[in-house]
Design a protein around this ligand. Structure first.
Ligand SMILES: [Mg+2]
Length: 256
């Protein structure tokens, strides 16, 4: 799947993270990309100074920074207070655009019932963690790998119950039910339509299966795509870096 750009389009560094961001629009996943993955969704650590560096990067890019994540917008605001970036939450299902307007999915009674059932089930399964993201619900089994099969089975059953407006989304040791509709690729394409992003070249950085749609969209627009960890042979990404700390060091450098 790897589609490397021609030699003349290659950035200065082999890892695909250019030292000059003047003409770029940057799309950043959060967990596993900006932040190290933790055992529990609440266990992540935001290194000191990262929010400030992201705010500086947004200014450096003339506003063309978007956070594209499975987290809710509310959670992102809590993690990175005061960062004026565009936020695409719940894998693209809710978003706050460059003008600050917020869009999201409507919650149904069937979805609320599924949420309650999931919350109760998680209490009975040691180590399985329930995460309420508003319009999306997730079960994490990183601490209870033996529960993977029953977590999958329950989530599949709930996907049928809540109907076609929601879809199953798998990630690293997590199964999620999230609004159908936009994915991270749609989020990138739509965001690129905004005035502050237009005429820039997208650079998408992510680490997980949900980021693949974002990589493909960036490639389609002649942009750059960088995967954090994993195997490029299994990815649409053009380049690879080893860890979130490499991404953070790059942000510190280019946001200066
Ligand atoms: Mg991620």
């Amino acid at each position: 799947m790897n589609q490397n750009p021609s030699a003349c389009e290659r950035p200065l560094h082999a890892n695909g993270l250019p030292e000059n961001v003047d003409t770029l629009a940057v799309f950043l996943d959060i967990d596993g990309t900006l932040l190290d993955i933790a055992d529990t969704p609440d266990g992540i650590v935001v290194p000191p100074g990262l929010a400030q560096a992201l705010a500086r990067l947004t200014g450096r890019l003339g506003g063309a920074l978007a956070l594209v994540t499975g987290r809710s917008i509310a959670t992102v605001d809590g993690l990175f207070p005061g960062v004026p970036a565009v936020v695409n939450g719940l894998h693209g299902s809710e978003w706050r655009d460059a003008t600050g307007q917020v869009f999201g999915a409507e919650i149904t009674a069937a979805f609320l019932a599924a949420k309650q059932l999931l919350r109760d089930k998680a209490r009975q399964w040691p180590g399985v963690i329930f995460e309420d993201k508003g319009a999306a619900i997730a079960l994490h089994y990183r601490l209870a790998p033996e529960s993977e099969a029953r977590v999958r089975e329950l989530m599949q059953a709930l996907a049928t119950t809540v109907g076609p407006d929601w879809k199953l989304q798998e990630g690293k040791a997590v199964v999620e039910l999230r609004p159908r509709g936009r994915d991270k690729g749609d989020a990138l394409l739509q965001t690129m339509g905004h005035e502050v992003f237009a005429n820039r070249r997208p650079l998408a950085i992510g680490d997980d299966v949900t980021d693949e749609a974002m990589f493909a969209a960036a490639n389609r627009l002649g942009g750059l795509s960088v995967r954090v960890g994993g195997d490029l042979d299994q990815s649409h990404a053009q380049f690879r870096v080893d860890s979130p700390s490499e991404v953070r060091a790059w942000i510190e450098r280019v946001a200066r």
